[in-house]
Design a protein around this ligand. Structure first.
Ligand SMILES: [Zn+2]
Length: 224
């Protein structure tokens, strides 16, 4: 049990090997956001919930974000069993994590997403979190590398994948716009904000957010 009261243990049942384990997560009432970057990256006082995004089975090495952990299909299970587990050094990395653990666990999940041919949107989101983790430690080279990778995957996702309520298509378009904005490619950013605004599934909160960003970025573009 962790002595850190901001964290709690959540129980998992590994869908690949059946092993039961516990992973630490941040209590939602203890999450304190100080501010957010335009692309959505939050900065926290105290424990950072991003560090605990990935749950990893200590027994077989299967790793995924909490919301997807249990929903792995038969084919992906087989790939984990055949290609991950034989090389997995059994260990528990679900305890208190530092930034290095956070980066490593996201890289493990990203590697598994790639070899199991997971969706571009999931790969893009993992890459985006990796970029943000590198941003915290001011490693701009790796931040840019993973932002570019996220951008590429989100663009491919937008063209070819189905979207869900938890990650709607306008959110994908908006994130593409935000990454272009981070790269100071304002024309592309505005183009993608406009694409996001065209989607009828857009909710009023998201529309307001995009219109605000559209204004700020349009002004930046005019100053160039
Ligand atoms: Zn397992």
């Amino acid at each position: 049990m962790s002595k850190n009261e901001d964290l709690f243990e959540k129980s998992f049942n590994c869908p690949v090997c059946g092993y039961k384990f516990k992973a630490l997560k941040v209590r939602s009432r203890k999450i304190r956001v100080t501010h957010r970057d335009p692309d959505g990256c939050a900065h926290f006082i105290g424990e950072n919930p991003y560090f605990y995004n990935i749950s990893i089975c200590p027994e077989c090495g299967y790793a995924a974000t909490e919301d997807r952990f249990e929903s792995i299909g038969f084919e992906r299970k087989e790939i984990i069993t055949e290609r991950i587990t034989p090389n997995w050094q059994k260990r528990d990395i679900n305890r208190e994590r530092d930034i290095e653990d956070a980066i490593n666990t996201h890289k493990i999940a990203l590697h598994q997403a790639l070899i199991t041919d997971d969706t571009r949107q999931y790969i893009g989101l993992l890459a985006m979190f990796l970029a943000w983790l590198y941003r915290y430690i001011e490693d701009t080279k790796n931040e840019r590398k993973f932002l570019e990778y996220a951008l590429d995957n989100f663009q491919k996702s937008y063209e070819s994948e189905a979207f869900t309520k938890s990650f709607p298509i306008e959110r994908c378009a908006f994130l593409i716009g935000e990454i272009f904005n981070t790269f100071k490619k304002y024309d592309d950013a505005v183009k993608w904000y406009n694409i996001a605004l065209e989607h009828s599934s857009l909710n009023p909160g998201m529309e307001k957010q995009i219109r605000e960003r559209w204004q700020i970025v349009s002004q930046a573009r005019r100053r160039e």
